[in-house]
Design a protein around this ligand. Structure first.
Ligand code: 13P
Ligand code: SF4
Length: 302
């Protein structure tokens, strides 16, 4: 019988019985991060999905992340505990729209942010995440690059290359709301603090920051920096992991409103039920998976 008051016990037992691993993104709620085998950014979780043994992956994140795990581990059962946990940015481009853009720029390489559907990855030359976007763009032979779907990450990567970057006009509904005024106000309140932001933020926010990095890059920076105070410009779920890994540091959210509702749809009960029923499963049709995997594998060796 399942226990509603302490789902942690069921989770530990079911994890063993199902030979499952639990992967959780840095934006998940604290309780979910605490029961996960691996907590990380998109790149770390993609690598973990490909490398870790087990028959089942319980992916505590959003749909494109679980799809990427299913593409990299076709022999494993991949379960997304909250079936409707999606990334709105990934819905901002369709495969047909990308094919049209490619027909207009026949010599351009296509870089797709990992926050895309498997179908869009299948139309792309190479994938990237927020932690390797600059390296991925620099690795290309082509001088022209269609970069989809995040315009802010595209413009951030463009700062480090002479290539012509053609950004798609997609954006993250959480990071795109953060303003340069909020950075100025936070600096006035915490004059000793360093400002760390995610590259999904707008260019004018990036211009006012001291350091730009992926979610795990931000956590590493807080842990190793000499400074004691930080203003964190990304989704607030990251503060849980920072408080565990860097207990001596003081961190303030740049915006309390930076909450990704889709990342918060997973809780201990949905994880427990996902382990119990091995549902809702995430699968990718083999033809799409094979083409999408080329783009992901190419990224993993950059
Ligand atoms: P990271 O790869 O930096 O964890 O970012 C994922 C994401 O969705 C940020 O909004
Ligand atoms: Fe998508 Fe933004 Fe949520 Fe990340 S924070 S999953 S980009 S909506």
């Amino acid at each position: 019988m399942l226990d509603t008051l302490t789902p942690q016990n069921d989770i530990i037992r079911l994890k063993e019985e199902r030979n499952a691993i639990i992967l959780a993104h840095n934006y998940q709620i604290g309780e979910v991060q605490d029961i996960a085998d691996v907590v990380g950014d998109s790149l770390e979780l993609s690598r973990a999905a490909a490398e870790i043994d087990g028959e089942v992956i319980i992916f505590c994140g959003v749909d494109f992340m679980a799809e990427t795990a299913a593409i990299l581990s076709p022999e494993k059962i991949v379960v997304l505990p909250a079936a409707d946990a999606c990334c709105p940015m990934a819905q901002m481009i369709t495969p047909a729209e990308l094919r049209f853009a490619k027909s207009l720029h026949k010599d351009a390489a296509v870089v797709c942010y990992v926050n895309t559907t498997a179908e869009v990855k299948a139309e792309s030359d190479i994938c990237c995440t927020s932690s390797n976007a600059v390296k991925v763009v620099q690795s290309l032979d082509q001088d022209e690059v269609i970069f989809v779907p995040d315009r802010n990450l595209a413009r951030y990567a463009a700062r480090f290359t002479k290539k012509e970057i053609l950004p798609w006009e997609g954006f993250c509904i959480v990071h795109d709301q953060i303003t340069a005024d909020q950075v100025r106000t936070a600096r006035e309140r915490h004059p000793q603090a360093e400002v760390l932001v995610h590259p999904e933020c707008r260019p004018e926010v990036i211009d006012c920051a001291d350091h730009v990095a992926s979610t795990s890059g931000i956590i590493r920076h807080v842990c190793i920096a000499q400074e004691k105070e930080f203003i964190i410009g990304t989704e607030v779920g990251i503060l849980h992991r920072i408080s565990h890994e860097c207990p001596g540091k003081r961190c303030y959210p740049l915006s309390e409103a930076a909450v990704c509702r889709n990342m918060k749809k997973t809780d201990l009960l949905t994880v427990r039920d996902a382990l119990d029923r091995l549902q809702p499963r995430v699968t990718v049709p083999p033809g799409i998976a094979r083409r999408a995997r080329r783009a992901i594998d190419r990224m993993l060796v950059v």
